[in-house]
Design a protein around this ligand. Structure first.
Ligand code: FE2
Ligand code: FE2
Length: 167
């Protein structure tokens, strides 16, 4: 996907990274082999939990805060109120969900899964996958194209640096 705004392109790349992680997560918690919890030394699960931990602890929050502080106000300024409003609500839901999921992930990283915590993880993970994908699709269709021509070149570059600095 080519976007003529650098910050739109960066947000798109970040979305793609998140979608890849959500796909891995979905694959791990669906299908026949997921009836029982994975073994404690399962390498793919260990890697997935580490990536989920980073995502839930910091990456998602950083991305959401950046959009709320720097992107949505620019849309509101040109009279687009509804889209930022909806996207903010979705961020809050996703933040809530992340808060529930993070301790489950942390516990699993420390002690492995029990049958119970695996079931809880699967349920929350699927909810997260569904909501993240739908949120990202909305931003890809309704937000990023709007950013084309919205920022002066200087500001566009400044935003890219700001995103990198705070992460
Ligand atoms: Fe967002
Ligand atoms: Fe986003």
């Amino acid at each position: 996907m080519y976007l003529d705004s650098k910050i739109a392109q960066l947000l798109h790349d970040e979305h793609q990274r998140t979608v890849d992680l959500m796909n891995r997560l979905e694959e791990a918690v669906t299908g026949r082999q997921t009836k029982t919890a994975p073994a404690n030394d399962d390498a793919a699960t260990t890697a997935l939990l580490a990536d989920m931990n980073a995502e839930l602890q910091a990456t998602t929050g950083h991305h959401f805060n950046f959009e709320e502080d720097n992107i949505f106000p620019a849309l509101t300024a040109i009279g687009d109120v509804a889209i930022p409003y909806i996207l903010r609500q979705e961020h809050d839901l996703l933040r809530n969900l992340s808060e529930y999921l993070l301790p489950v992930v942390e516990k699993a990283r420390a002690n492995g899964f029990t049958a119970e915590s695996w079931a809880e993880f699967c349920e929350l993970a699927l909810e997260l996958v569904e909501r993240q994908i739908s949120h990202i699709q909305k931003e890809e269709m309704g937000l990023l194209p709007t950013l084309s021509g919205l920022f002066e070149d200087d500001r566009d570059g400044e935003l890219v640096m700001l995103y990198a600095e705070a992460s």
